[in-house]
Design a protein around this ligand. Structure first.
Ligand code: UT7
Length: 311
């Protein structure tokens, strides 16, 4: 019997503290109007730890799947901002949630969550694990230079999670992962320092890699853009999402967007957007969802998944 994987639950978590665009005015040479027009972001959340946000989102996903924590036999935590160099943040998260089996962190920057889902699928599909909790959690405010208007307005804190369970029918229809290490200088963070970014360069490359990788994933899945019910992109900039959707032939109304409320939360962004769409009834069982992420590296990842987690 072939083994596949399906998504059976989802959850999310954001810190309480809301930082509005107007909070930057006066302190930095910027304005609410510039930020909204150039990025689509209106407010973001700062606070918490990568561990605390991951625990809240992970526990919510397990509850939504109707499972108890001990039934989970693997935790994969995508993060760029682990709370300690070692141990992996996932070890403490797994202890606090009460999961069984193994746990590890995965770092592929802002593409990390889609990478983690694809790896989680592989663990289930090869029979190594049966119930995998895939969390994305980041606290980018810790590594953002609050004096730099090019990044301070973008980056934020948040987490999201899904549960993957083994299934006779495989809902992961086609995936693609990629990296171009030659692009390292355009977005990086040295140890003990802050994120440095050449925004315009990242923007141009982001649109290109998102489109190329989404097209490969759809081709592998044997579908076209017309078959996609919901596109869940990395939440970096509304103009990147609009431009990529246009080139892919996916109407912007089919994109899940929550960056207006949460900014760019790196690993948190794709699962936060998924949870936001699912919580708002935008997903029906049988829908095909296109996940697509890109980030420092430069990394990218796309996956087409059939949704059947709505109860
Ligand atoms: O998670 C993955 C990684 N990150 C991304 O995907 C980010 C991708 N890049 C972007 O989202 C955009 O490039 C930014 C939002 C970062 C910048 O927007 P842009 O439209 O590409 O602006 P720009 O970098 O071309 O800069 C245009 C002007 C510059 O001024 P001059 O040189 O024309 O005088 C900037 O200094 O806008 C200036 N600027 C700002 N002005 C007001 C840059 N940041 C700000 C700001 N407020 N916060």
């Amino acid at each position: 019997m072939a083994i596949g994987a399906k998504i059976t639950g989802w959850g999310s978590a954001v810190p309480e503290k809301i930082v509005k665009n107007s909070d930057f005015e006066g302190r930095l040479e910027t304005s609410d109007q510039w930020i909204v027009e150039r990025t689509g972001i209106r407010e973001r959340r700062w606070g918490g730890t990568t561990t605390s946000l991951a625990v809240e989102a992970g526990a919510a996903a397990i509850k939504s799947a109707g499972l108890s924590p001990s039934e989970i036999d693997l935790v994969i935590l995508s993060t760029t901002t682990p709370d300690q160099t070692t141990p992996a943040t996932s070890s403490v998260v797994s202890h606090l949630i009460g999961t069984s089996g193994g746990a590890f962190d995965l770092n592929a920057a802002c593409a990390g969550y889609v990478y983690a889902m694809v790896v989680g699928h592989a663990m289930v599909a090869t029979g190594v694990n049966k119930k995998v909790l895939v969390i994305g959690s980041d606290t980018l405010s810790k590594i953002t230079d609050m004096e730099d208007r090019g990044t301070a307005i973008l980056f934020a804190d948040g987490a999201g999670a899904v549960v993957l369970e083994s299934s006779e029918r495989d809902d992961f229809l086609g995936s693609e992962l990629g990296v171009d290490g030659a692009a390292q200088p355009i977005l990086y963070c040295d140890h003990g320092s802050y994120l440095r970014m050449e925004g315009r360069e990242v923007f141009k490359k982001a649109v290109r890699v998102m489109v190329e990788s989404a097209e490969i994933a759809m081709k592998k899945a044997g579908i076209t853009a017309d078959d996609i019910s919901l596109c869940v992109p990395h939440q970096a900039n509304l103009r990147i999402i609009e431009s990529a959707c246009k080139r892919l032939g996916i109407p912007i109304e089919k994109a899940a967007v929550c960056l207006d409320k949460y900014g760019n939360t790196s690993s948190g962004s794709v699962p936060l957007a998924l949870a936001d769409a699912a919580d708002n009834g935008r997903l029906s069982n049988g829908d095909l969802v296109l996940f697509s992420g890109f980030g420092a590296g430069m990394t990218w990842a796309s996956s087409v998944v059939r949704w059947q987690a709505s109860k």
